[in-house]
Design a protein around this ligand. Structure first.
Ligand code: DQA
Length: 149
């Protein structure tokens, strides 16, 4: 199984650290990328880390991942709650997908309680802050290791 993991981030996450810090914290997306890269190196994973405000770009990265990756970690941000297109793209992948939310979406507005992505996810992490990305990477590495054992 491929040791390449795509970490994909949806709209407005480029503003992490500036955007509603009482909800999302003070860390920037560059901080998250740095921590993910450090952990990936420790776990022997290769990493692609992307963010976009455009739905089609996220779909294109999922298509790229389906040809080459062993897992996807995705925080689809607001597209979580709206995008059947991202769900359909994820359905074409034959490896584990992990959905990450920095905030606990279940504690927030009712429209955030439904996720299109959860139905295809091997696991969902919400409310662990940016540490959720690292937890998802550890789980991805474990499943990739187990598949190769
Ligand atoms: C989010 C939660 C979503 O509801 C929201 O639209 C986001 C970020 C999170 O990481 O907590 O943009 O995915």
């Amino acid at each position: 199984m491929s040791r390449l993991v795509f970490v994909l981030n949806g709209p407005n996450l480029n503003l992490l650290g500036k955007r509603q810090p009482h909800i999302y914290g003070h860390e920037t997306l560059a901080d998250v990328e740095r921590d993910c890269r450090a952990l990936a190196a420790e776990l022997g994973l290769e990493l692609r880390f992307h963010q976009s405000n455009r739905e089609y770009e996220i779909i294109d990265w999922i298509h790229e991942a389906r040809e080459s990756a062993g897992a996807i970690v995705i925080n689809p941000a607001a597209f979580t709650h709206t995008s059947v297109a991202i769900l359909d793209a994820l359905h074409t992948c034959e490896f584990p997908i992990f959905e990450v939310h920095i905030s606990n979406v279940h504690k927030r507005e009712p429209f955030r309680h439904h996720s299109h992505v959860s139905s295809v996810a091997a696991g969902v992490i919400a409310g662990f802050g940016t540490q959720g990305y690292l937890l998802a990477l550890r789980r991805a590495a474990r499943l990739i290791d187990d598949a190769g054992a």
